[in-house]
Design a binder for this molecule. Structure first.
Ligand code: URA
Length: 235
């Protein structure tokens, strides 16, 4: 990569201004001043400094999905020292962070990336990305409750957006539901289920838009495919 491009990518200055810095002899590569504009650097190996500070390498954008087990928090650092989802991706070198949140007691699909633009796209309610959950609940909702759930319930003095809910199976006064919401309020699914009188016993997220957890094992992660990344960016 050309030195001026490296500097611009790292956010030091514009490409033009970076060229000036090089010409002025302000940039060192591996300890030696470089004033030639065509100079190439290898971002993985060469140490570039400006004003004697290391210019950190521009990070590639990376995208992962994790099947989050229950018991892990989605924050990057936990003040109570609980296990965080990043402990499960410790071999990833880039500084990634979770896209949105899942409660510690919720399992399933979590995306992680270092791409802030994509995080914004997926988490902002105005983009209405559908998130689907499988919920085991105590009790079996009747038609009236299902209608209330779909039309919106008052949580935090504000009505929830339209949601989808379907009974997948029932047994011994418990039900397994498929629930799809487009918002991401705190403990939203749990609070919506409680509001119709059927509290959640177990909750798992299985999809975000078209991105599906499928058979990824609990605690395992994988990189997203090119087409999954392309799809998310098109949202
Ligand atoms: N809704 C919840 O109640 N919890 C989650 O973790 C996600 C959605």
């Amino acid at each position: 990569m050309r030195l001026q491009k490296f500097l611009a990518h790292a956010g030091i200055a514009s490409r033009r201004k970076s060229e000036e810095l090089i010409l002025q002899g302000q940039i060192k590569v591996n300890g030696s001043i470089v004033t030639e504009l065509g100079s190439k650097v290898n971002p993985k190996e060469d140490v570039v400094t400006y004003k004697d500070r290391i210019v950190s390498k521009p990070e590639d954008k990376v995208y992962y999905m994790l099947n989050k087990p229950v018991g892990y928090v989605t924050t990057v650092k936990d003040e109570k020292d609980r296990k965080t989802v990043l402990d499960l991706l410790s071999s990833v070198e880039e500084r990634i962070y979770p896209v949105g949140r899942l409660d510690a007691d919720t399992s399933g699909l979590l995306l992680l990336t270092n791409d802030g633009d994509l995080t914004y796209l997926i988490t902002h309610p105005k983009h209405e990305v559908e998130k689907t959950y499988i919920a085991q609940v105590d009790g079996v909702p009747g038609n009236k409750q299902l209608r209330q759930f779909r039309e919106g319930l008052i949580i935090d003095n504000r009505k929830t957006s339209r949601a989808k809910i379907k009974i997948l199976s029932t047994s011994k006064n418990k039900a397994t539901l498929s629930i799809t919401i487009t918002e991401g309020r705190n403990r939203q699914v749990r609070r919506m289920c409680a509001a119709i009188g059927t509290p959640v016993l177990k909750l798992k997220r299985i999809s975000i838009g078209n991105i599906k957890l499928n058979n990824l094992e609990k605690g395992q992660y994988r990189e997203l495919t090119k087409s999954e990344i392309h799809y998310l960016k098109s949202l």
